[in-house]
Design a protein around this ligand. Structure first.
Ligand code: ADP
Ligand code: MG
Length: 273
């Protein structure tokens, strides 16, 4: 059926998924991001780190078009985020995937429906409504849940799942959405290290398989090695440092995190002294 064919890849594919030029963001006149230049290449996996209040979440909101730059420009998947409306906004919503710290699922909806929410941007309104009565593309949901080892939870309600399982359902939703850019803002902060490692591993495998670009805000710096090609460190609203995970050193972390350095036990992280 013609309706089911995914739209052809937009020519924007060659454009950087994220291109921020000399951007600033202000809340009520107070500048919280300043002079941000950031280009992220297609398929790149980038971790954003920095102390609380540095502007990490605001950077994600800027990329998503949820806040507009007060100065400079933010292009996401080739679109100027100040000019997003109509079809362009719909396309961005479809091609941009989100994962938050928690509360990713709609508690009233069974797991199958929560996973298929990832298809909403691809479906007509009629099909989306029909899916609430009888889930469309159940096999797709089942296959995605199998990839996160939750195939048996298709009909469960989110409340019946542990925090780690709920986060895996949210990853299954990303799997069916097939976004070109995934923004994950502290996706594992509510989980223990083992579960966090598992979710980050899943996200990176998903990005690798689909050629998607991944931007993750991480507090657990143990998870940087082996997963991310680049680390962007923010401090006080500016890009303080960028480099490969292997280039991070203890003095860098001490300077970046300041008063939080000890509280976060960063002195215990295995990086060069
Ligand atoms: N909606 C908002 N209104 C006013 N100030 C905000 C808002 N969101 C964040 N801020 C402020 O902007 C700064 C950066 O916040 P945020 O981007 O959430 O930092 P991070 O995610 O690195 O902890 C902080 O000082 C915060 O208090
Ligand atoms: Mg934040």
């Amino acid at each position: 059926m013609l309706m089911n064919i995914d739209p052809p890849e937009a020519p924007a594919l060659a454009l950087p998924p994220v291109s921020i030029e000399a951007a600033a963001v202000a809340y009520g006149g107070r500048c919280v991001l300043e002079d941000i230049d950031l280009r992220i290449a297609p398929g790149e996996r980038v971790a954003v780190i920095g102390p609380s209040g540095a502007g990490k979440t605001t950077l994600f909101r800027l990329i998503a078009g949820l806040v507009k730059p007060a100065a400079g420009r933010a292009l996401t998947l080739g679109e100027d985020t100040r000019r997003l409306r109509g079809r362009r906004l719909a396309r961005l919503r479809r091609e941009l995937g989100f994962l938050h710290q928690q509360d990713n699922l709609i508690p009233q909806l069974r797991v199958v429906h929560n996973v298929l929410m990832g298809r909403l941007g691809h479906w007509s309104l009629a099909r989306a409504l029909l899916s609430l009565l009888w889930p469309q593309q159940i096999e797709r949901a089942r296959a995605a849940l199998a990839r996160v080892e939750l195939a048996d939870k298709l009909w469960a309600l989110p409340d019946a799942l542990s925090g780690g399982q709920q986060q895996r359902v949210a990853v299954a939703r990303l799997i069916v959405q097939q976004p070109r850019l995934v923004l994950a803002d502290e996706p594992v902060s509510a989980l223990d290290l083992r579960l966090g490692r598992e979710i980050i591993g899943l996200l990176c495998a998903l990005a690798r398989r689909d050629g998607a670009t991944l931007v993750v805000n991480l507090h657990t710096l143990d998870l940087l090695q082996g997963h991310f090609e680049r680390v962007v460190a923010l401090r006080a609203g500016r890009v303080f440092w960028q480099g490969a995970p292997e280039q991070i050193t203890q003095p860098l972390l001490r300077e970046l995190y300041g008063a939080e350095y000890r509280a976060l036990h960063l002195d215990e992280i295995e990086v060069p002294a």
